[in-house]
Design a protein around this ligand. Structure first.
Ligand code: FAD
Ligand code: 2HG
Ligand code: ZN
Length: 510
């Protein structure tokens, strides 16, 4: 149905935007960490916070492996030294020294990033924020939370729950990812539809700049129009402009009532009308509308990420929607949701074949597990090539099918090469997660996928990174989504803030 003929025509009109791109860097090469450097770091930090293969008995290469390898096991650094500071002052002293010595630095939070941004490309120093994990303050009236960058997202959620508040973002990696990493990646996640992006909910940041200067911007004010809004530069900068050490963030009141329902759809064509109808009928209580295609559903079920429906119920479904409502009045919300489901089932041409509505907190969590667990399921099944793209909602299936067909034509769709091509993601944000699950990472598969997927995305005027960032994976491909003027300005800004190029080298901008 979605022939390669149409795509070929689209690809032909993709603008080539490489003209401004390649300004080879004139910066001097970065220095490797030496034994003397480690001795210096040991004066700044307690010995337990310095892990290095250069100093005797502080760490073996195997102990550094988790800091050198990314979550999907695609990127492997060769760092000899990891530092785990506890205070902003320590981070500042580390950075001042690295700036003088010209040592490359990779800021690291929970290391759950999916674009190879959180691990070194060579032997840069890793500064892991995991030991900076204190809540600094919480105002239960305004909901302003100020926390160290190394606080784990889930721990923060638990901290504010007794005060009747929730974090404005939620994602499958919540048990490991840290608020500093969330801000550095401008993570989107499952609540963006309701609470918007971190560009809106972050109130202030404390950042250690590459030369060690501390930019103290931990404001808790809702409004502040005094000049340039500097914090915005660091949100989504992926550690290329400085190390975030503290975050001030607005947390919304917890909704009094939440419901979720998993809907089985006979055809992808029903997703759009269903989304429209759900928005119209549920209006202010619709809080999530998430998409899982058949392949993604099957993998989630296969790898034990929740079993929402019986096989009979799921039979014939081409895709699934997880819909959540959050509101202030449980009875009112339930009535609205039930009316929507009755309308959907009773229509002459029903948009859904069936739906499972959660009846208890455990079932609520289990339905979410099915959606959140797809990433983990794909990792259990094989090695994942991940493309996180913003494209028009109507083209989600077309993009997945076109990619699968492309790989099939190249003879790569087989058990020992590409096992599955799947799509899932955030319908409410027009954000598709196109995953290619392979038996192993191979240059042949990578060449088949890139730049194919980037060109395909650009042909829809989409973004090659909706929410995961560019990291190491997509730094070279920024031009598919940003014009030359924008990229040049980014490079100028980077040069002003980090003239020696020590912050997370090779990430975001080549
Ligand atoms: P890391 O992975 O450690 O780092 C990520 C980037 O931020 C790196 O470039 C790093 O250098 C930089 N960085 C980290 N900490 C700092 C700091 N303190 N200062 C400056 N730079 C820093 N993302 C979404 O947007 N939405 C999702 O729904 C989502 N779901 C996910 C589900 C799973 C199962 C997994 C594994 C990942 C998911 N992600 C998602 C990816 C997402 O980017 C991360 O989970 C999270 O935001 C990264 O936080 P982290 O602490 O692990 O950062
Ligand atoms: C999600 O929405 C995450 O589940 C991860 O952003 C997506 O693993 C992925 O591709
Ligand atoms: Zn996502």
């Amino acid at each position: 149905m979605f022939g390669s003929r149409i795509i070929a025509r689209r690809l032909a009109v993709v603008p080539r935007r490489w003209a401004h791109s390649h300004n080879p860097s004139t910066r001097p090469p970065l220095s490797s960490v030496t034994r003397e450097d480690v001795e210096h770091f040991s004066k700044i930090l307690p010995s337990s916070a310095v892990l290095s293969t250069l100093a005797s008995e502080t760490a073996s290469q195997a102990e550094l492996e988790p800091y050198n390898t990314d979550w999907i096991g695609r990127y492997h650094g060769k760092s000899t030294t990891v530092l785990k500071p506890q205070t902003t002052k320590q981070v500042s002293e580390i950075m001042r020294y690295c700036y003088e010595r010209g040592i490359g630095v990779v800021p690291q939070g929970g290391n759950t990033g999916l674009v190879g941004g959180s691990v070194p490309l060579k032997d840069e120093l890793v500064v892991n924020l995991g030991n900076m994990s204190k809540v600094r303050s919480f105002d239960p009236v305004s909901g302003a939370l100020v926390a160290d960058a190394g606080c784990v997202l889930e721990v923060l959620s638990e901290y504010i729950a007794p005060h009747g508040h929730i974090m404005p973002l939620d994602l499958g990696a919540k048990g490991s990812c840290m608020i500093g990493g969330n801000v550095a990646t401008n993570a989107g996640g499952l609540r963006l539809l309701r609470y918007g992006s971190l560009h809106g909910s972050v109130l202030g940041l404390e950042v250690v700049l590459p030369d060690g200067t501390i930019l103290d911007g931990l404001s808790t004010l809702r409004k502040d129009n005094t000049g340039y809004d500097l914090k915005q530069l660091f949100i989504g900068a992926e550690g290329t402009l400085g190390i975030i050490t503290g975050v001030s963030i607005l947390t919304p009141p917890a909704p009094r009532a939440t419901n979720n329902v998993l809907l089985a759809l006979p055809s992808f064509d029903n997703v759009l009308p269903l989304f429209k109808k759900a928005r119209q009928q549920l209006s202010e209580i619709l809080s999530a509308f998430e998409f899982v295609d058949r392949t993604a559903y099957n993998l989630a079920v296969k790898h034990g990420q929740g079993k929402a429906m019986s096989e009979e119920e799921a039979e014939g479904a081409e895709c699934f929607i997880l819909l959540e409502t959050s509101g202030g009045d449980g009875k009112h919300d339930e009535e609205k949701l039930t009316a929507l489901l009755e309308d959907l089932m009773g229509a002459d041409e029903p948009l859904i074949t069936t739906g499972v509505i959660s009846q208890s907190p455990a079932q609520f969590a289990s339905l979410w597990r099915l959606r959140e667990g797809v990433t983990e399921a794909v990792s259990k099944e094989g090695k994942a090539y991940k493309y996180d793209i913003s494209i028009p909602l109507a083209s989600f299936k077309e993009v997945v099918d076109t990619t699968r067909e492309h790989l099939r034509k190249l003879g790569l769709l087989r058990e020992d090469a590409v096992k599955h091509v799947l799509g899932y993601g955030h319908v409410g944000d027009s954000n598709l997660h196109l995953n290619i699950c392979a038996a192993s990472y191979s240059p042949e598969i990578e060449t088949a996928l890139e730049p194919f997927v980037y060109e395909l995305t650009a042909s829809y005027n989409g973004s090659i990174s909706a929410e995961h960032g560019l990291g190491a994976m997509k730094a070279h491909a920024i031009h598919y989504s940003k014009g030359g003027v924008a990229v040049d300005l980014m490079k100028k800004l980077k040069n002003v803030i980090d003239p020696k190029g020590i912050m997370n080298p090779g990430k975001v901008l080549e």
